[in-house]
Design a protein around this ligand. Structure first.
Ligand code: S3P
Length: 438
């Protein structure tokens, strides 16, 4: 599918973005192993989360869909899953495969996880190795490096594990397996990867999990019963990021995004934009189901021909806090004065696609000045972008970033392969139209 975007004159309005992808996955998975009925509101009905829904049902869990975004999961407790009759298809969702592998490592039955071509190229040794250490039998292609994965779980022991990379998917897989281990599991993380699993577990375990510390680099988990929960999923800040960037870039814009999750492990992009000089205010913060949510107000700074934003350096702990926002950061950087340097972000090469190579290649087609580095990229700005035909490479985050670039590019930008936007953000185009039409 092709999408066409024209240069915009100013975005304005109040909008909501769909539910958070990471939290929607976790609500389904933890709901399945909790005791009794978990109600999920504002669930994200995107392809990735629907893959988790299909897998959870294949494990014998009843999930009632009251509407597109409201579900009831009939949890069967930690030991209530059933051996699936068929392979579990995670489609393109790395979160589904890695988190589910953690739960399946604790099950005394046989299961096989696979996915589409894109997912079958992504590294799984990062979860296979610790899950094997805990006692699960996990096999995969290339000695467990690549999917499909075959898991025969059960009889796990707790481990103490130092994560080699700041990855929430790996951390969560080990935490979930840790619920089934006969002793405590301790995880040390090198940086602040998103902590949604820990937060949801803390609420569902009602204080039963001992020594469970949030916002530290040391987690401890020990098997305990999980209680069902009413979960209201906040809006996805990674989806909001595209409109926040657009409002910073298109002169005369003023956009309010309501009910967005502002968990500090996810707000790195807001910090980066503020450092670049953007006008962003977070208001009316509230706690919903253990997660902070708020209103994000963004105003374009008045121009007079001088670019209002300036280049910055992004590295270290800021990287995991905005790990999905680098393609859109590159777009913003192309309109900022000076140099933006991204380092410590080699992880971007093993996301849905190689996001360093593909972001650089596609933005260059529009006229941006961007160079790859092994662990990041360098952008010189500002550059005048000119609309042309670009390609998503099947990566939803690149497709949406290119659409925002199209709002500032002269003329018309055509994005080939825009259908992948549905992997994380159904309704993206509609919201963009609403904001552009005022
Ligand atoms: C996710 C964690 C991140 C992120 C992905 C979702 C999660 O991946 O890129 O989109 O829900 O845990 P890593 O944990 O591999 O960094």
């Amino acid at each position: 599918m092709r999408a066409m975007v024209k240069k915009a004159k100013g975005l304005s309005g109040r909008v909501k973005v769909p539910g958070d992808k990471s939290i929607s996955h976790r609500a389904l998975l933890l709901g399945a192993i909790a005791e009794g009925r978990t109600r999920i509101r504002n669930f994200l009905p995107a392809a990735d989360c629907l893959a988790t829904l299909v897998c959870v049902r294949a494990l014998g869990i009843e999930v009632e869909r009251l509407s597109e975004t409201e579900l009831i999961v009939q949890g069967q407790g930690l030991h209530g899953l059933m051996e699936p009759k068929h392979i579990l298809d995670c489609t393109g969702s790395g979160t589904t495969m890695r988190l589910l592998a953690g739960i399946l490592a604790g099950q005394p039955f046989y299961s096989v996880l696979t996915g589409n071509e894109q997912l079958r190229r992504r590294p799984m040794d990062r979860i296979v190795e610790p899950l094997r250490r805990m006692g699960a039998t996990v096999l995969g292609r290339d000695d467990g490096r690549l999917p499909p994965l075959t898991i025969l779980g059960g009889n796990l022991h707790g481990i103490e594990y130092r994560l080699p990379v700041a990855s929430a998917q790996v951390k969560s897989a080990i935490l979930l397996a840790g619920l089934y281990a006969d002793g405590p599991t301790v995880i040390h993380e090198p940086g602040p990867a998103r902590d949604h699993t820990e937060r949801m577990l803390a609420v569902m375990a009602k204080g039963q999990i001992l020594n469970f510390k949030l916002q530290t680099s040391n987690f401890r988990v020990q098997g305990s019963k999980l209680s069902s929960l009413d979960i209201v999923v906040p809006g996805d800040i990674s989806s909001a990021a595209y409109f926040i960037a657009a409002a910073c870039l298109v002169p005369g814009s003023e956009v309010v995004i309501e009910g967005v999750g502002v968990n500090p492990t996810r707000t790195g992009f807001l910090d980066a934009l503020r450092e670049m000089g953007a006008d962003i205010v977070v208001e009316n913060q509230q706690e919903v189901s253990g997660e902070p949510a708020a209103e994000v107000v963004v105003r374009a700074r008045g121009g007079h021909g001088v670019p209002p934003l300036r280049g910055i350096e992004v590295s270290g702990d800021l990287v995991p806090r905005m790990i999905d926002e680098f393609p859109i950061l590159a777009v913003v950087a192309s309109q900022a004065r000076g140099t933006t340097v991204v380092g410590d972000a080699a992880e971007l090469r093993i996301k849905e696609t190689d996001r360093i190579a593909n972001t650089a290649a596609e933005l260059r087609k529009l006229g941006a000045c961007i160079e790859e580095r092994p662990d990041g990229f360098v952008v010189e700005g500002p550059t005048r972008l000119v609309g042309t035909q670009v390609n998503s490479h099947g990566d939803h985050r690149l497709a949406m970033s290119l659409a925002i670039a199209g709002l500032v590019a002269e003329g018309e930008t055509t994005i080939e392969g825009a259908e992948c936007i549905a992997d994380s953000f159904p309704g993206f185009e509609k919201i963009l139209r609403v904001l552009s039409s005022k």
